[in-house]
Design a protein around this ligand. Structure first.
Ligand code: SIN
Length: 530
């Protein structure tokens, strides 16, 4: 069984800090929640690296909201449901599409400079959207949103940001979360106590060999919530972005879906457009469909990549609208206006995560979650493009509204500071680079875009064989991350093996059909002893 903690500790031997409201993570969900909660609480934001190190900062395409004249929340609702392949929770989606436009208005009021044309917001298109409804800032939309939120955070005295603070584990008492242990940049362990703790620590793309996610995305939030007894849901649903740069020696840099929204073609090794053979929406089919079609074309033609082609589009428009992609490809000698870009799918987004209700409450009292780390069924089995930034805002706001009341009820109860000790783990492990690499390779090959029972069994056996390593204390941050990746990888493999059908991002070669009679339901996992 997975040990409850990944280090031996005694809170008596650490600095103890009493807080009112803790937010873990500094992407869109974390910073938005912190800003809003600062209206009624002193907020401490703990972030593993720098303030800007998150998936949000790298989000290119945009943020979806029904703000266009020909659009409506109902159309956005229907498109989200269709992409979600029968597994979206309708109440959550309704909240997302109805409350989304107001949250986006707030970002605009706070100074987010989304692109405009002739004074009105210019909206782009992405896969599976029936309307142009993606607000964007060139192809660095996440960067623009992050700068806007970070600027605001810095203006608010009641928010303290602690960078380089990695959360090691949550401290619970029965079914209640009381605090957490973090390790700072100098390797000192510290204990933080608070009545409200919000997990907004992002995704887990690093468990896969190829990912668009930054190095910090090691699934820590899911792993530490699971160890603390929280339920996790939909772990088998991992979204693979169809188009990441695929060049030997280059990282799988994201090539935004918005390029296809503006008319880019996908071509195979032979130069043929192939998407129409797979889906009537061709290049604008849902992401899971495009990713699988690309894998099939690569297999069919014996190639490591297909090609994203914008050479038929106005070069000036491409350079102006997509400066990040243009510059990113130019670093590797590719002028996208003149030559097609080699691309292949890469792990991009977790639909699964820590299970919450529509107000962000997890199954552990005092612990809330929003953004990519959370799972409430709003994205179903396949997230609609550009719904993730919106999700961070909408459900961050809902947590704020719920916790405002909770905090008022609990005033005077103190932070819940306790003395906790834990021992029993064997000698600390300082290096596990090989194990991490093996895990990422295994996840890619056996729990990747196209799965089958035999491979998933092998993956489970591999995890079972490795789990004993978790009985050793994690002596460095890198090992802590790897221990978290083991937990998250195992959860993904376990859920993928359980789901004997194909739906959305989860495709089983041995069960290629969607089986609504049996599987229109979520898989929820929690520790055996929780
Ligand atoms: C992209 O720009 O293609 C990524 C947007 C998203 O993941 O929603």
């Amino acid at each position: 069984m997975i040990p409850r903690y990944i280090i031996n500790f005694s809170t008596r031997e650490m600095e103890n800090v009493d807080c009112q409201y803790i937010v873990i993570g500094s992407g869109i969900a974390g910073l938005f929640t912190a800003i809003k909660a600062s209206a009624f609480a002193r907020v401490t934001v703990l972030t593993k690296k720098g303030l800007a190190d998150s998936n949000t900062e790298q989000a290119q395409g945009g943020i979806a909201a029904a703000v266009g004249e020909a659009d409506s929340p109902l159309l956005h609702f229907e498109d989200t449901l269709t992409a979600g392949a029968g597994l979206c929770e309708e109440e959550a989606v309704r909240i997302l599409v109805n409350e989304g436009p107001d949250r986006v208005k707030e970002l605009l009021e706070w100074g987010a400079a989304f692109d405009r044309s002739g004074g009105t917001l210019s909206l782009t298109q992405e896969g599976a959207h029936r309307r142009r409804r993606i607000l964007h800032a060139g192809d660095n939309t996440g960067g623009e949103i992050h700068r806007t939120l970070a600027r605001k955070v810095k203006e608010i005295d009641r928010i303290e940001v602690l960078e380089n603070h990695m959360v090691v584990d949550l401290l619970t008492e029965g079914k209640r979360c009381r605090g957490l242990i973090a390790v700072d940049g100098e390797g000192r362990l510290k204990c933080f106590w608070a009545p409200i703790i919000v997990l907004a620590s992002g995704g887990a793309g690093q468990v896969y060999l190829h990912t668009t996610n930054p190095a910090v995305a090691t699934g820590d939030g899911i792993a530490l919530a699971y160890r603390a007894g929280a339920e996790v849901m939909d772990m088998e649903f991992v979204q693979f972005h169809p188009t990441a740069l695929s060049l030997p020696g280059a990282p799988p840099f994201l090539i935004s879906e918005a390029l296809r929204g503006e008319g880019a073609y996908l071509r195979n090794q032979a130069g043929e457009r192939f998407m129409a053979r797979y889906h009537p929406l061709a290049e604008l089919a849902p992401r899971d469909v495009v990713a699988r079609a690309i894998v099939k074309e690569m297999e069919r033609t014996g190639s490591n990549a297909v090609y994203l082609d914008v050479t038929h589009l106005d070069p000036e428009l491409i350079r102006r609208r997509f400066p990040t992609v243009t510059a990113g490809c130019a670093r590797y000698g590719i002028d996208i206006t003149r030559q097609p870009v080699p691309v292949a799918p890469a792990a991009h987004y977790m639909m699964g995560g820590v299970r919450t209700d529509v107000n962000g409450a997890t199954s552990v009292d005092g612990l809330y979650a929003c953004g990519e780390v959370a799972s409430l069924g709003v994205h179903g089995a396949n997230r609609l493009a550009s719904n993730s930034l919106l999700d961070g805002l909408v459900f961050g706001e809902r947590i704020v509204n719920t916790t405002r009341k909770k905090l008022a009820e609990q005033r005077g109860e103190g932070t819940g500071r306790r003395e906790v000790t834990f021992s029993g783990l064997q000698e600390g492990i300082k290096n596990c680079d090989e194990l991490r690499q093996e895990l990422r390779q295994l996840m890619w090959e056996k729990v990747g875009i196209i799965r089958d029972g035999r491979d998933l069994e092998k993956a489970r056996e591999w995890f079972q064989g490795k789990m004993a390593v978790l009985e050793h204390a994690a002596a460095t941050r890198e090992v802590m991350e790897t221990w978290n990746m083991l937990v998250v990888g195992e959860l993904i493999a376990r859920a993928a093996l359980l789901r004997t059908e194909s739906r959305g991002a989860h495709y089983r070669r041995d069960f290629p059909e969607r089986r609504d009679d049996v599987w229109r339901r979520h898989i929820v996992l929690r520790r055996e002893d929780a």
